[in-house]
Design a protein around this ligand. Structure first.
Ligand SMILES: [Zn+2]
Length: 328
């Protein structure tokens, strides 16, 4: 869309191929339709979503089925991000929007889905249980369809960093991985300081995908005054009051707060249009800072390249398809 594609034939050594095997596969879409139904976290509106297979090189596309008169297609591109207040909202030139796309986008990134049509009949992607768990489970059940078109990946060539008060985010080159190192610092003693570092293409991301959105009990009134969280409940968010978690089931994993921030980060990074080879470090950031980082990164063509990985250029015997795990 915005970029020229550089075709690069890699000289991988065997170990590199084994590690990156899933990323070396061709472009993927879903085999069967996937349906989701639920309330929007901020809008409170009941919404249906249907994911449909789409052809190679079309990317992720949102289509608002409830809007007929205007252009109802919205691309989840960082330049179309119009609101980053407690969610990531995308809008097209006619103001047609889709909000809270980040957990679905995180699931699509993690599963290595390159192309899919997201049909939605309202303005906000359902929050479901506050994580990506249901997205992941249902997409895995639907299965994948692999095309004969090579995948494209963004390779970061130069470091870009941003600071805003005590918040910080940076992105820099990484040879064959997407690493995310994220840190949270909360005054609330139960959340406190949490930090986790993951390799998106190698690690088991189960705990990232199952981690729910969260908020402090004392912030809820203000959030609702701002017209947000109309659909929020203990069914779809962790609520922390002082040193107590109000959800009776407690946490799903010990780093659930920072793990959710990493999920948000993966989803927001996917508004770049492709998966990435990069190393991201963030302290206390969120949707706003990640979007600002992408805007800075893509301002300068020297900062990145888009590489097309052609599987047929690689020795097939070295690509072990059995390594194709649930996460790409
Ligand atoms: Zn989130």
């Amino acid at each position: 869309m915005y970029f020229t594609v550089t075709i690069v034939v890699f000289n991988f050594i065997a170990s590199d191929i084994t590690r990156l095997s899933v990323s070396l596969l061709n472009q993927k879409t879903i085999k069967n339709n996937v349906n989701f139904h639920g309330v929007g976290l901020h809008s409170g509106k009941l919404t249906n979503v249907c994911l449909k297979k789409s052809p190679p090189d079309t990317g992720i596309i949102f289509k608002r089925l409830d809007i007929k008169k205007k252009d109802n297609i919205v691309y989840p591109n960082f330049l179309n991000v119009s609101n980053t207040s407690l969610n990531t909202t995308i809008s097209n030139s006619q103001g047609v929007k889709v909000s809270t796309i980040e957990h679905l986008m995180g699931a699509l990134f993690g599963l290595g889905i390159d192309n899919v049509l997201v049909e939605i009949d309202n303005e906000e992607v359902p929050i479901l249980d506050g994580s990506s768990k249901e997205f992941i489970e249902k997409i895995l059940l639907a299965g994948f369809e692999i095309s004969n078109k090579p995948i494209k990946i963004i390779k970061v060539n130069k470091k870009v960093e941003l600071k805003k008060g005590d918040k910080f985010i940076s992105i820099e080159p990484s040879k064959l991985s997407l690493d995310i190192d994220f840190e949270l610092k909360y005054k609330n003693s139960l959340i406190g300081n949490q930090r986790n570092k993951i390799n998106v293409y190698e690690d088991d991301l189960k705990e990232i995908f199952e981690s729910r959105t969260f908020c402090l009990y004392e912030d809820i009134e203000q959030i609702k005054k701002n017209g947000l969280a109309k659909g929020g409940s203990l069914e779809n968010a962790i609520v922390v009051k002082n040193d107590i978690i109000l959800n009776s089931e407690g946490l799903r994993n010990t780093l659930e707060f920072v793990n959710h921030k990493i999920l948000d980060c993966i989803g927001d990074l996917y508004t770049s249009g492709y998966r990435m080879l990069a190393s991201v470090k963030c302290s206390q950031g969120g949707h706003y800072l990640t979007n600002k980082l992408l805007r800075e990164l893509f301002k300068n063509k020297e900062n990145f390249s888009i590489i097309e990985i052609q599987e047929r250029n690689l020795p097939h015997t070295l690509i072990n398809r059995s390594l194709l795990r649930s996460i790409a």
